[in-house]
Every structure is written in C-alpha cells, then in structure tokens.
Design a protein around this ligand. Structure first.
Ligand code: G
Ligand code: G
Ligand code: MN
Ligand code: NA
Length: 254
C-alpha cells in the first residue's frame, strides 16, 4: 500500500520533525520540560497524524528506526536547550510497545544519551499500561535497567489500561500521566473528580509524581492545583510547539 512505501522513505527524506509540548509544574507555574511529539509532513499527503502512521510503523517494524530517530533527536534538542541556560529542563519521549520489546532497546537509549551528552536524569520514557503488561516480567526488568541508567519512566494514558493497583506497587516508575479523558470533562461535582483525586492521593502515597494531561480550561487547572497535582500539560497551557515557539515559552515567566 502507498502509505507504507512512503513511510519507508520518510526518514531518509527527512520528512519527520518533532514538536514539543510544555510540561508545567503546578506549584510554580513554570515549564520544567516537554513531551516530544513526532510529525510527518509528506510532500503529497501533507501532514499525516501519528495516530495514523505509528500503528503502521509498528506493524511493519519501521517503528524501531523511527523511534530511535525520535529518541536521539529529542535528546540532542533538550541538551541544546540546557546549554542555552535551561539547565534543569527535561524531555519525555513516547516509546511504543514494539520498540520497548526489542532486545537492543536499552542499547539505543544509551546511544542517544552518549551522542547527545544528555544527563540521563533529564530523559523520561513514556510507556502505556498495555506496553508494560504485555510481558510484565520482562517489562519490570527493562524498567529496572533504565532506572539503573538514571533514566526516568512514566506511565502514559494512566487509567485507561488494565493495570491493577497491585502491579503499580512493583513497577519502577517516576510519574503517572492521568489520561486526558479524565481531565477533559473535569468539573466540580463530577465522578471524574473522584477518580483524579484518588490517583493524585495514590501518587503522593507511592512517592510518584502525577501529571494531568489534556488540561483545556482555567477551571481544570485551578482544580488540579487545589488537589495538589504536581504537573500538568494541555492545550489551555500550551499546544505542542515548534522549536522557536517553545523557546519563546521558556523565556516568558509564567
Ligand atoms: O501528537 P498527537 O496528539 O497527534 O499524537 C497522537 C498519538 O501519537 C499519541 O498517542 C501519541 O502518544 C503518539 N505519538 C506522538 N509522537 C510519538 C512518538 O514519537 N512515538 C510514538 N511511539 N508515539 C507517538
Ligand atoms: O497519548 P499521548 O498522551 O502521548 O498523546 C499526546 C497527544 O495529546 C499530543 O500529541 C497532543 O497533541 C495531544 N494533546 C495534548 N494536550 C491536549 C489537550 O489539552 N487536549 C487534547 N484533546 N489533546 C491534547
Ligand atoms: Mn505521551
Ligand atoms: Na498520554
């Protein structure tokens, strides 16, 4: 199929780039990092959403090469920002199940860190619950190796998968990212607020940071502050930004 043959050539033709969505600390309001998000601009197809091509990249195994490119590019960019004075800035990279399960995955992470000279503690890998639960023993082992390297791990889209709370206790993770479906409709007196509150409380109890994704209103951000959620991300705060716009955001006090 056409899309697949285009995808095969996209790396070589330099059709991919990354956008960076700011992550903020709700206590200070400041940007502490970003989530790197891949974009594909094809000369004929135009912008193709990762929601459409990532699954294809997974099916065809192309995700390995694409994922390694994302990892390397995000680390290099983040190191550049640190050298510009934003010393404690971190970057989060989405890792797909196929990529995570490759035997060479840890080696690729080390390679990206070596090449960029980024201190591992400023790299976070985002895994979904289903990625981790695919093979729980192997996942825990790999996550422990990452922790040993000093790399951070977060659970993406938390609350939508099937991870039982007993797993959570054993998973070496640093951050829970509450799925945006719980945040999008977050208002006082809704059942979502009970769920979000419970996740935040659990995070505090497990000494894990909690980040709320998909913050789209002022009301939501105020509520999250009241609930003592650590971090937030969403269109109300900042959309995914091009490099130059992200830099403007870094300069602006919030
Ligand atoms: O950025 P956007 O909302 O269009 O992303 C759609 C989906 O694609 C999200 O689920 C997001 O996690 C995923 N995605 C974005 N960038 C990457 C990437 O670099 N690697 C992987 N594996 N998934 C990504
Ligand atoms: O699955 P993951 O959480 O990695 O998806 C990240 C994607 O979520 C990004 O590509 C971004 O475009 C999208 N996103 C970020 N903030 C918001 C938001 O406030 N609302 C919605 N609907 N999507 C968002
Ligand atoms: Mn993510
Ligand atoms: Na997410």
């Amino acid at each position: 199929f056409e899309l697949e043959s285009y995808l095969r050539k996209a790396l070589q033709k330099q059709e991919f780039y990354l956008m960076y969505q700011p992550l903020i600390d709700l206590e200070t309001g400041g940007i502490f990092g970003s989530e790197a998000l891949i974009r594909w601009n094809h000369p004929k197809l135009g912008l193709v959403s990762p929601a459409d091509f990532i699954p294809l990249a997974e099916e065809t195994g192309l995700i390995e090469e694409i994922g390694n490119w994302v990892l390397r590019t995000a680390c290099i960019q983040n190191k550049k920002w640190q050298l510009q004075g934003h010393r404690n800035l971190s970057v989060s990279v989405n890792v797909s199940a196929y990529q995570f399960q490759q035997p060479g995955f840890i080696k690729e992470v080390k390679k990206a860190l070596n090449e960029s000279k980024l201190d591992p503690c400023y790299l976070t890998l985002e895994l979904t619950e289903s990625t981790m639960l695919d093979n729980i023993g192997y996942s825990i082992q790999t996550m422990e190796l990452l922790q040993k390297l000093g790399v951070k791990v977060s659970i993406d889209d938390f609350g939508t998968g099937y991870s039982s709370l007993s797993y959570l206790k054993n998973l070496p993770i640093n951050t829970l990212k509450i799925d945006r479906s719980f945040i999008n409709n977050l208002r006082l007196n809704t059942s979502d607020i009970a769920i979000v509150k419970a996740i935040i409380t659990m995070g505090h109890g497990l000494a894990v940071k909690v980040l709320a994704e998909g913050v789209e209103t002022k009301e939501q951000i105020e509520l999250l502050k009241e609930l003592k959620c650590h971090y937030a991300q969403g269109f109300y705060i900042h959309r995914p930004l091009q490099i130059a716009d992200f830099e403007k955001g870094l300069e602006k006090p919030t």
